[in-house]
Design a protein around this ligand. Structure first.
Ligand SMILES: O=C(O)C1=C[C@@H](OP(=O)(O)O)[C@@H](O)[C@H](O)C1
Ligand SMILES: C=C(OP(=O)(O)O)C(=O)O
Length: 424
């Protein structure tokens, strides 16, 4: 694989970026549509490795998932009786954690496997929960097999979801189709990425599912139909964050149209974080614009709710003029790669000063030097390298293609904002 020379910003970046649909909303919408009481139309769907894997998984299990011939981001999903099959989850946490509860409703065995690197990402909690709910499963890690029986009993289950909010979301998304519904009770350290759980609840309610979340750490989904929807998917705000960070890093301005007024996406919180680091933000109609400061400040923040923003934020912290303490993100050790180890190794490789703490990172200003930035097959590590490369000449990202996990056009989009004159 060829390494990619990160383009250097020779002037403050000034750009407008059209950001494709949200990975998290797309993959939830796919699951709900496959379980719904009629055909759904999803518009503004993200087309990327993670979302195409989800579409393939549902097709394998019998659902009709068809992209519009002229607009691949408009997808029609027609539910069909679910059957067994083989599912590849790649490196997509949403596929590995959202498919097993749905597979329990299939008539036949569903085997699930994924990338080599996926085998170390936690999945045992959701498999144990399904076993408690009466589902027969062979395996506690990838590859595993769910013995779908065409229906599942459901009931109440207690889990420790501190390693991933996706354990909760996965169980809730299919829960209405279980005979007794499903009640999930969490015990243990706090559930990370709470906005992603809110996103699940919000999308279930939009589909007419009755969910009770009135007790802390307990979610009750009543049995019943899941309504078909015609849904416009919001831009992916965590992907948008990398482009807004380019404005923050270079003292430039980046605008993102169609920024939602209300959203459950944790990526929206990048705006407050960039303001904390010295940026200014304006909004005109639906266009959000971030303008970077002359001097980027370090950040002290608990990122538990917004863990997936960490690589983007850490890249900015490595460029900042004061120290940063990022906490609440021990669970990132189970993301696409151990992100705390990866970020500290790569920042230090370029001459930076970053140390891992038990639940985060401590980053101290230091001049950065040229070198190779390793992505570890992690899309957000790759974009973090690109952000640092804006300000540090000679940074090469070893695997920029890993960005295809959620944003296949990233290299061209990045080139377009840094060096618009070079466009064909
Ligand atoms: O439900 C979702 O769509 C996601 C939940 C979060 O996972 P964790 O709770 O495992 O961090 C987030 O990091 C991931 O990118 C997407
Ligand atoms: C943690 C992430 O992804 P996944 O859905 O694979 O968990 C992410 O996109 O930052």
């Amino acid at each position: 694989m060829d390494s990619w020379n990160a383009p250097v910003a020779t002037a403050p970046i000034s750009a407008t970026v059209i950001v494709p649909g949200s990975k998290s909303i797309t993959n939830r919408a796919f699951v709900l549509a496959a379980l719904a009481d009629g055909p759904s139309t999803l518009r503004g769907v993200l087309r990327s490795r993670d979302t195409d894997l989800m579409a393939d998984a549902l097709r394998t299990m019998g659902a009709e998932v068809t992209a519009d011939a002229t607009d691949p981001t408009t997808v029609c999903v027609v539910p069909q009786p679910l059957t067994g099959g083989h599912v590849d989850c790649g490196l997509a946490g949403t596929v590995m954690r959202f498919i097993p509860p749905l597979a329990a409703l299939a008539d036949g065995a569903v085997t699930v496997d994924g990338d080599e690197q996926m085998r170390t990402r936690p999945v045992d909690v959701i498999l144990a929960a399904l076993t408690d709910l009466g589902v027969e499963i062979d395996g506690v890690a990838l590859p595993f097999t769910i013995a779908g029986r065409g229906s599942a009993r459901g009931g109440a289950v207690t889990i420790d979801a501190s390693a991933s909010s996706q354990f909760v979301s996965g169980l809730l998304l299919s829960a209405a189709r279980y005979d007794e519904g499903v009640t999930v009770h969490h015990v243990g350290k706090p559930v990370p990425s709470q906005p992603h759980v809110e996103m699940t609840l919000d999308m279930l309610r939009t589909a007419g599912v009755v969910v009770d979340d009135s007790e802390p750490n307990t979610w009750r989904v009543a049995p019943g139909p899941i309504g078909a929807v015609d849904r416009q998917i919001e831009p992916d705000l965590s992907n948008a964050a990398a482009f807004l960070a380019a404005a923050a890093a270079t003292g430039g301005s980046v605008s993102v149209p169609s920024w939602p007024t209300h959203t459950t996406q944790p990526g929206a919180q990048i705006v407050d974080i960039l303001v904390e680091m010295g940026a200014t933000v304006t909004r005109a109609d639906s266009v959000l614009t971030v303008t970077g400061p002359q001097t980027l400040r370090g950040l002290t923040a608990d990122l538990r709710d917004v863990g997936e923003l960490t690589p983007t934020i850490a890249a900015l912290c490595a460029l900042a003029e004061s120290e940063s303490v990022l906490s609440g993100i021990a669970h990132l050790r189970g993301h696409e790669t151990d992100r705390l180890a990866a970020l500290s190794t790569e920042i230090n490789r370029l001459g930076g000063r970053c140390t891992e703490t038990p639940d985060g990172l401590h980053i101290v200003p230091a001049p950065l030097t040229p070198g190779t930035w390793h992505a570890y097959a992690d899309h957000r590590m790759a974009t973090a390298g690109a952000i640092i490369g804006l300000r540090v000449p000679g940074v090469a990202v070893d695997d920029i293609d890993s960005t295809s996990k959620t944003l296949p056009d990233f290299p061209a989009m990045w080139r377009a904002i840094v060096d618009p004159a070079a466009l064909p």
